[in-house]
Design a protein around this ligand. Sequence first.
Ligand code: LR7
Ligand code: MN
Length: 576
Amino acid sequence: SECLGGSCKKGVEDNVIAEKLIGEDFENVENNAVEPVHHRAAPSQSRHHVSSISRTYQTSALRRWKPAPTVMPVGKRPGEHGKPVHIPSEKEAEMKEKFKLNQFNLLASDMISLNRSLSDVRLEGCKYKKYPTLLPTTSIVIVFHNEAWSTLLRTVWSVINRSPRPLLKEIILVDDASERDHLGRKLEEYVKTLPVRVFVLRTEKRSGLIRARLLGAKHVTGQVITFLDAHCECTEGWLEPLLARIVQDRKTVVCPIIDVISDETFEYITASDMTWGGFNWKLNFRWYRVPQREMDRRGGDRTAPLRTPTMAGGLFSIDKDYFYELGSYDEGMDIWGGENLEMSFRVWMCGGQLEIATCSHVGHVFRKSTPYSFPGGTSRIVNHNNRRLAEVWLDQWKEFYYNINPGARNVEVGDVKARRDLREKLQCKNFRWYLENVYPESQMPLEYFYLGDIRNVASRNCLDTMGRKSGENLGMTYCHNLGGNQVFAYTKRQQIMSDDNCLDASNKRGPVKLVRCHGMGGNQAWVYDEQDKTIKHVNTGSCLQKPDPHDVNLPLLRPCNFDESQQWIMDSDFKW
Ligand code: LR7
Ligand code: MN
């Protein structure tokens, strides 16, 4: 299936930033090209890279830590410094064949060193930051199903190479019933040779990433659990900012900035620090632009930790005891999906906080589709997981999810009593509190008058998005009473919205378009008059009107005439 959950970085448009931050440090790295990436190995080489934390290690019991020079000399191997790998044309067939195995360019990945160098992508201000002298230890938990050798081991090596050794308790690999030979004995033998304690656990049968992570977490001996996907690369200084936040407040769950490793070239592309996590009515995780309000709270300091409404889910650190206090994960969730929003809501609503440490960068291979099977069907599983989170955490706002995704109502949800009891036991705040205090910019509106279809009195047809995207025209067709593309919310902020799009008109004679909601009124402000049954566009004073016969799917914007063609019914109990 395509870009599951809409989480793919590339699948995001508009208010999501594609800007790249590589630059400042690039020259510097080129000059030092033959040096290991480990500036800490030789703190004297450049004042630039001597952080207070590395000095702390020199003066404490941690001084025995001496990172090995693990980075291959540059110039010999492809992909060094995170550069893209180009496949010669004679190997294109092989490349295409191998792509299918993991839905990324495996041939390219296999050409790159497991220790490849990356440039230091951090904001300049991050490099001089002082972190607490004593940081907790962490265990890294990496779950995988049929992961490729080179991506898995490059993840492991990047952790080993770029984590201060005294902070790294162990790396726990959880094999979720993979069917690839290289993940059997060969993996077990290989990890024994590594300079850090690394061990492999195996689920008895395919469990899905949620239960696989729970298995891994059980074996953690460090104070902090750090989860990573199996196709990541950690960059210089990635770990300290995560652990430092947990020292300051153990109820903080911290994510790095998730950079993009290209699925086609394995180029390392720095992501924006101006992006945070949100979600849409379908309960897909989405990236959105950080609002000014959060920039102001941080005093405009882009290196300060960013409070985020939700997290992508794969890469984060959490205090181990807090992980369990907070109810770890919902064991009723299968394979993939939902657990990231579930944990995000739970953290915020139950007294914790969720942050992105903008000084911590970890790359992740974003794929356009999933390479592995979803036993029982992708949508059945994702809807099952999403229902579980909606039923426990969303209160009345779960109706947005069910209305836009009516099929979900028929998917089995299982028993959620234990999770509801958890919410009770932890005395968590409600979803209204979350929307008011954590995520006022949410696509699920805090205050709304109406949620349902919008019917024209004259034609008896309904407004319909026709599944169109932002920037395209609003449509109209016969009312099917099923929700989906015919569900709209009329909000207190005078928006008429469908998922994260709003009805928008910039001309007094239309057309009426679907445009990403901006929450600022303007072209997106409409007033429904319950008496006249008109939907009036505030800026132009025009009224929404049923389509002309020659173009039956295109609703119009015309001078108000109080005719039936301009009368609309917003009443979810109403049926013709
Ligand atoms: O049955 C499975 N068993 C597994 O062990 C299915 C998957 N897995 C493993 C898999 O091998 C991988 O290591 O679980 C990990 C995540 O699966 P991916 O990489 O196929 O999924 P993804 O990167 O699209 O997943 C994102 O959303 C998931 C929702 O359940 C998880 O939270 C992932 O951890 C999450 N990944 C990230 O947050 C990285 C950034 C992506 C974004 C946005
Ligand atoms: Mn992933």
